[in-house]
Design a protein around this ligand. Structure first.
Ligand code: GDP
Ligand code: IMO
Ligand code: MG
Length: 435
């Protein structure tokens, strides 16, 4: 039975939501296992567009069990808003959504710390976080002493626990230069709000680790929905300009509790170009008319924060590293239609560092800042491809472009997307675009 992982191979927003929604037709369970409301996954179905941050993108299919596993950091108010938004549009969110009692809870102090800390980072260049308190919540999880898990909200002593944490956080925030005046973090108000959120979420809360272990042992078809992308992985990405979880394939087991040996397939998702939101080096960035053109054609504005996304050419050095790191079997190449008007398209096939050519992705951002991309120029197709439904419908230059991407990344292409709708997807026969 398939146990499939969908992993972004760039810096997020690769259109994972679209692919997860498509693949859920063949899965029984869909699992979010890391990240939090920093994620914004778009699903377009029945002419309607939905933005999901915490709810798995399997929520639109009947008979699919959605799971938010313990590796996720959970802002209860955001989740409740999301559930209400879905319900008001006729999407059923009931026992088809379960949430781990092990998930760590995001509190107002995390959001405040996010704001204060981003200013202090790396010699002045901000990480440019989504300001959702994600990093501070993960920091408290690893630090343990000031952490609260979802299951703790249902145990006695919560009021005292929150009061104790608030006392410590006031001092910490003041030390970071925050205005931690009396009343800015009111423990009673916070307790009351979280008690209400907890009551509201109670029917969804479960031990998802055991649920998922039972599911794999019962040969259920499981789909893991990665958030962010491999290049934002806290251990293997462009540190410190990363998110605070393992957003490469490495995070599936730790975040869900399902051992890696059960995974049967990893699908790596890439855009036909590259985008990045927030700070950090981006070798193939086109901070010029080309980047602007891609941004407008691809509507490249953040799903969560509406920030304009930085845009550039496909970086095969980074994507190949990400594919290897995540144990990728095959690729889905998304948003190919966005490049349709360009006469020429460049692909970065190597870097030059200190005068030497390399295809190894540097481990330190200082080196990544110094690399000079080596580009290969490919002809554009300059035709609308949004109606293409088979590989044969694609113009020859588009096929040649895909073939080259697969070759450079070192993985076969299994799917190509030419528009946001479910049906704007091209299944790729086994014989095409194999490296
Ligand atoms: P995710 O975070 O990886 O799920 O990606 P986002 O939802 O943040 O961003 C992807 C955007 O691209 C969404 O607005 C999708 O509706 C849109 N999209 C998905 N596939 C395609 C495609 O093939 N072509 C175009 N033009 N847009 C697409
Ligand atoms: P999806 O799942 C794109 C980026 C932020 C920032 C860095 C750290 O939609 O692909 P954080 O708030 O996580 O501490 O921010 O990571 N980032 C994303 N970029 N897509 C995402 O999610 C992202 N989630 C976080 O912009 O640079
Ligand atoms: Mg997104």
């Amino acid at each position: 039975m398939p146990v499939t992982c969908v992993i972004g191979l760039q810096w997020g927003d690769e259109a994972k939501g679209k692919i997860v929604d498509l693949l859920t037709a063949d899965h029984d369970v869909v699992v979010r296992y890391q990240g939090g409301s920093n994620a914004g996954h778009t699903v377009v179905t029945g002419g309607q567009s939905y933005k999901l941050s915490l709810v798995p993108s399997g929520i639109f299919r009947r008979n699919v069990q959605c799971v938010v596993a313990g590796g996720v950091v959970l802002n209860p108010a955001s989740l409740i808003d999301e559930i209400d938004g879905l319900t008001s549009r006729g999407v059923r969110v009931g026992e088809n959504l379960i949430i781990s009692d092990r998930a760590h809870v995001v509190f107002p102090w995390h959001v405040e710390e996010d704001r204060l800390l981003d200013k202090l980072c790396d010699g002045g260049e901000a990480i440019g976080t989504t300001m959702r308190g994600i990093g501070p919540c993960y920091r408290d999880k690893v630090g343990r002493s000031l952490a609260v898990r979802l299951g703790d909200l249902y145990r006695p002593g919560l009021r005292e626990r929150i009061a104790q944490i608030v006392q410590a956080k006031r001092r910490i925030l003041a030390g970071m230069g925050g205005a931690a005046e009396e009343g800015s973090l009111d423990p009673d108000q916070i307790f009351q709000a979280y008690e209400q959120h907890a009551a509201r979420l109670r029917p969804h809360v479960a031990d998802t680790t055991v649920f998922l272990l039972d599911a794999v042992e019962a040969n259920k078809r499981i789909l893991f929905e990665g958030a962010q992308g491999a290049m934002l992985d806290v251990d293997h990405g462009t540190f410190p300009f990363v998110t605070s979880s393992n957003s490469s394939g490495a995070g599936v087991s730790s975040g869900s509790g399902v051992p890696g040996r059960y995974i049967t397939k990893v699908l790596g998702i890439v855009k036909a170009y590259t985008t990045r939101v927030g700070g950090g080096p981006f070798p193939t960035e086109q901070d010029n008319e080309t980047g602007q053109h891609i941004r407008e054609m691809g509507n490249e504005y953040g799903t969560v924060t509406r920030r304009p996304r930085r845009c550039g050419w496909f970086d095969a050095v980074a994507a190949r590293y990400a594919a290897r790191l995540s144990g990728v079997d095959s690729l889905a190449v998304m948003l190919l239609d966005v490049l349709s008007r360009l006469a020429e398209i460049q692909v970065c096939m190597a870097y030059e560092l200190d005068g030497r050519r390399t295809t190894t992705f540097p481990s330190h951002v200082d080196d990544l800042r110094r690399v000079v991309p080596v580009y290969e120029m490919l002809p554009g197709w300059q035709t609308d491809i949004t109606a293409a439904r088979t590989v044969d419908d694609l113009p020859e230059p588009a096929r040649a472009y895909l073939a080259r991407l697969g070759q450079l990344v070192g993985r076969p292409i299994e799917m190509v997307s030419v528009g946001p709708d479910r049906d704007q997807t091209i299944p790729v026969p086994h014989s095409f675009f194999r490296p």
